[in-house]
Design a protein around this ligand. Structure first.
Ligand code: GH3
Ligand code: MG
Ligand code: MG
Ligand code: MG
Length: 306
């Protein structure tokens, strides 16, 4: 019944119990503690703070509490982008169908009246946690490239739109680095398509090693093409990142006997960087980086253009 146990066992689902009466928390905790990491809050505000910090898989929410009541907590949770998808089950003494309707219309997934029946509460929690976890996995898959584990193109494009708007408000720099494996058709021809896939995955790992900031976003843009979004980064800094990417890829030492530039796999890189202004369009950075990448190819490959 603590946050400490949660951090030690990240695979056990976490349930947050919210109730102003400690006796109620103890009853529900006894029902769930064998299967879940349980944390608890004694007030609405505490519940919101803890939910933000702990990102539980499910919240059991009392309605009648001094100060902020459960309905208000539920409404606030649903307003919060990071918490809106956490399933909420009201556990309350309020048994009117009107109250139940209100709870459900606020976005709660379920409504249980106290005193709770342990096996039924356990079953409801298990069902909702399972659906929540499946949904989380699907959401993760929707933004991830299966071969490399990097962000996929859709996620990259959506993130860039959000970032350009955010950076424009601060009149900040945004740089985009685009890279493409050199003579990759010949690589596939020489070593086979499965080896080509492994090569793409290894280049992705080199790219991940080369970008350091938590806000940098490396992504697989297409077949053997990658894009790295670097917020608050000017062109000079982006050139350093690109140099590191190029070095890391070379250091993989993947033999490429049919490359026209080196005995190992190399990449050509294009960089686009500019300060964001109101109305900035993410696609402009992509187009500009692509044009620079094309220049790197034209001028001989295995090089960086900005
Ligand atoms: P360049 O130096 O000009 O980039 O030459 P290239 O041969 O790399 O050029 P191009 O971009 O035309 O060819 C990319 C090749 O990458 C074509 C395609 O067969 C291969 N490819 C694209 N996606 C994948 C993939 O997922 N796996 C494998 N193994 N090959 C892929
Ligand atoms: Mg209460
Ligand atoms: Mg290509
Ligand atoms: Mg290529």
């Amino acid at each position: 019944m603590s946050l400490a146990s949660v951090t030690q066992a990240p695979d056990r689902p976490m349930v947050l119990i919210v109730d102003d009466e400690i006796a109620n928390i103890e009853i529900i905790n006894a029902v769930l503690e064998d299967d879940y990491d349980v944390c608890f809050a004694l007030s609405g505000q505490e519940a919101l703070d803890l939910a933000k910090a702990a990102q539980p898989d499910l919240i059991l929410l009392d309605v009648l509490m001094p100060g902020m009541d459960g309905f208000a907590v539920c409404a606030a949770l649903k307003q919060d982008r990071l918490l809106a998808d956490v399933p909420v089950i009201f556990t309350t003494g309020l048994g009117d169908s009107e109250d139940e309707m209100r709870g459900l219309s606020l976005g709660a997934i379920d409504y249980v009246t106290k005193p709770v029946q342990p096996p039924i509460l356990r079953a409801r929690v298990a069902n909702h946690v399972e659906v929540k976890r499946l949904r989380d996995r699907l959401a993760q898959m929707a933004v991830t490239d299966a071969l490399t584990g990097l962000s996929n193109r859709r996620h990259l494009e959506r993130t860039m739109e959000i970032e350009t708007a955010r950076l424009a408000r601060q009149c900040e720099w945004l740089s985009v680095v685009m890279l493409d494996i050199d003579f990759f058709k010949q690589f596939n021809d020489a070593y086979g398509h499965p080896a080509g896939d492994r090569c793409i995955a290894m280049v992705a790992s080199a790219l991940t090693r080369a970008v350091r900031r938590a806000s940098d976003l490396p992504a697989r843009y297409g077949g053997e093409e990658f894009v790295c979004v670097l917020p608050s980064t000017d062109v000079a800094m982006a050139e350093m990142v690109a140099g590191e990417i190029s070095r890391q890829v070379r250091q993989l030492g993947i033999p490429h006997e049919r490359s026209g530039v080196a005995p190992v796999v190399t990449v050509s890189i294009g960089i686009a960087g500019a300060r964001c202004v109101a109305g900035a369009c993410a696609q402009d950075w992509i187009d500009a980086a692509d044009a620079q990448l094309y220049r790197s190819k034209r001028e001989g490959r295995d090089r960086i253009s900005a």
